[in-house]
Write a protein that binds this ligand. Structure first.
Ligand code: CP
Length: 317
């Protein structure tokens, strides 16, 4: 692995999942691996889980972790090639990224999409520019279109939880929300579960909420949520704004919120969500506070997923 931007950077998904679970069982076994190595965590957007779990993961490997909130404390960065910088941006990524590459052995970046311009967001100009100019391995802490550390975590959580003998049925369901959210988590989850290939995978959403076909090609998509939920072993709940009518909210239909009544249709499914979650909008209290909910375990597993990824990259430095 040279970078960690998407599932395409991973040669063996199951091996990476096993490494994460091994770190969960023995967090400090590789404490010497990152000695005298420094990791930079750059945030252009807010975070709770990603920020802290990645710091903890790096420290478990003996690395020094430095967090920089670029959006609040840094110069406004320019990403356009050939830009005439007579506006609000102060420093070009061409100048900033190589310097960060000097300071750090690994660079991690979180950035969100604008949800205004689909072509620009899906070009991944921010994370691509860091990758191009930093000169050190880059880890995505969520980009404009993907959230690979979250998806690896989700797979770790599914693998450690599922005890059945059959192929697990996993359902990704759209949920209502009051704000337009990125498609990153859902794109990424679809990409990882598809690449893993060991599940019966179904996506359900209202019409108009189709995700980009580059992530859903070959996946069963149904618009009837009840039908999709039938016999599910895992239900992954997530809101996303429209990809087709880019960044728009097309529905806030509360009947799409998962309830205990809907869960009766499933195989006593475990319920997942990346968090943060809007209680009683995206997911009901009765689900989140029930034994079916995996959300706390899932968020806890962010550490082990990050630790597995960082350790892979540190070994190559
Ligand atoms: N799931 C997730 O990425 O959480 P944060 O936004 O808090 O990092």
């Amino acid at each position: 692995m040279q970078n960690f931007i998407s599932v395409d950077d991973v040669s063996n998904i199951n091996a990476l999942v096993q490494q994460a679970l091994a770190y969960k069982a023995a967090p400090f076994v590789d404490k010497a691996l990152g000695l005298n190595k420094r990791i930079g965590l750059l945030f252009l957007n807010p975070s709770l889980r990603t920020r802290i779990s990645t710091q903890v993961a790096a420290q478990n490997l003996g690395m020094e972790a430095i967090v920089f909130n670029v959006d609040k404390e840094g110069w406004a960065l320019e990403f356009e090639e050939g830009a005439i910088m007579n506006g609000t941006t102060v420093e070009h990524i061409k100048d900033a990224a190589p310097i960060l590459g000097n300071y750090f052995d690994i660079l991690c970046v979180r950035t969100f999409p604008s949800l205004q311009n689909r072509q620009e967001d899906y070009s991944e100009k921010v994370i691509s520019a860091f990758k191009k100019y930093a000169g050190v391995p880059v880890i995505s802490l969520e980009s404009a279109t993907l959230h690979p550390l979250q998806s690896l975590t989700d797979l770790v959580t599914i693998k450690e939880t599922f005890k059945g003998q059959h192929k697990p049925k996993i359902v990704l369901t759209w949920a209502p929300h009051i704000k337009p959210l990125p498609q990153c988590v859902s794109n990424s989850f679809a990409q990882w579960i598809n690449a893993w290939g060991e599940a019966d995978f179904v996506i359900t959403h209202p019409e108009g909420y189709e995700l980009s076909e580059q992530y859903t090609n070959g996946i069963t998509i149904v618009h009837n949520q009840d039908e999709a939920l039938k016999d599910a072993d895992f239900v992954y709940v997530k809101n996303w704004s429209s990809y087709l009518d880019y960044g728009k909210i097309l529905s806030q239909d509360p009947s799409w919120m998962l309830t205990q009544q809907k869960l009766q249709l499933t195989n006593n499914a475990r319920v997942m969500h990346c968090l943060p979650v809007r209680r009683n909008v995206e997911l009901s209290d009765e689900i989140l506070d029930s034994a079916n909910s995996l959300v706390t375990q899932e968020a806890g597993n962010r550490v082990w997923a990050a630790q597995a990824v960082i350790s892979e990259l540190v070994k190559r430095i």
